[in-house]
Design a protein around this ligand. Sequence first.
Ligand code: PMP
Length: 355
Amino acid sequence: MPPAPAPRLRVDVSGLPRYVPGRVAPSDLVDKLSSNENPYPPLPSVLTSMREELGRVNRYPDAKSGELVRELSEALGVPPEHLVPGTGSLGVARDLLYAAAGEGDEVLFAWRSFEAYPLLVWATGATPVQIPLREERHDLEAMADAVTDRTRMIVVCNPNNPTGTAVRRDELERFLDRVPGDVLVVLDEAYREFVDDTDVPDGVELYRDRPNVAVLRTFSKAYGLARLRVGYAVAHPPVAAALRACTIAFSVSGLAQAAARASLHASDELLERVRTLVTERARVTRALRASGWTVPDSQANFVWLRLGARSRAFTDACEAAGVMVRPFGDEGVRITIGTPEENDRLLKIAGDWRA
Ligand code: PMP
């Protein structure tokens, strides 16, 4: 019998870039500073809400995440119809891409940036256009220059993963003034809550007067719910409606809705933890610089070391000492800010390595 033909698929994965997630920590004895997670465990009130929800897992959740949307709408001061929750901001980003771009279109983003972008763009059939960072920062002038008739979406990761650098209000506004109104600009603000520089704009303020701007936020980082997968977009009604049309039904589980709502209710306490992490970020940055490292100013919950060809060796040295960090090829290493004790251990390794 001749071999059965392989199914014909829309996407040929052989040439696609892969998303390489941070490895699972081999044991609890390891400090996991590799996935930009929040090091603090869930609050008791969040666990209580999830426990109540557990008794209902035989039922589908609220498909519209109605209560979550209402509470987010109050917290952010935006109309509920401008909010679209989804399966992590990654899931929302994918749906937005499907809503905006396809075969023959171009999607622009800085590089290096969040490694999921090229993969998500390829899967829509659109072409990713990567604009190199300049001195570890978005080169917004070059990004605006790169817009063509085929550009359908531009993603600005602010603060940028993995460099931690953030674009300022004046440069972002100048950029938005240059981008044609029919190109969707997505401000990926996964790390927004860690920003303490007042010159870094809040996307939710910026989007209000700009129908072509959408903002992505998540409960994974500052709110510490990475494993539950819940994020959302803030966008004007035409964009929000198109996004909803591309979202699978029930994309936010009941457990995730319950935990996200309980986290919003406890946001004072959770944002206090964020302040601790921001203080630790400053301490880690100062200490690394004092021992000779070059560290870009970070506005996120991680710092970036451009180690080039030495990235793997440094990662291995950290792992040998029980600290997991994230190498990006031969470019550099990203280190998540952990608890003060975890950061102390990292600083000891980094100090010894330089010495
Ligand atoms: N955007 C950026 C810039 C990120 O770094 C991440 C997570 N690493 C995400 C989006 C996705 O986060 P989540 O899907 O957990 O909301």
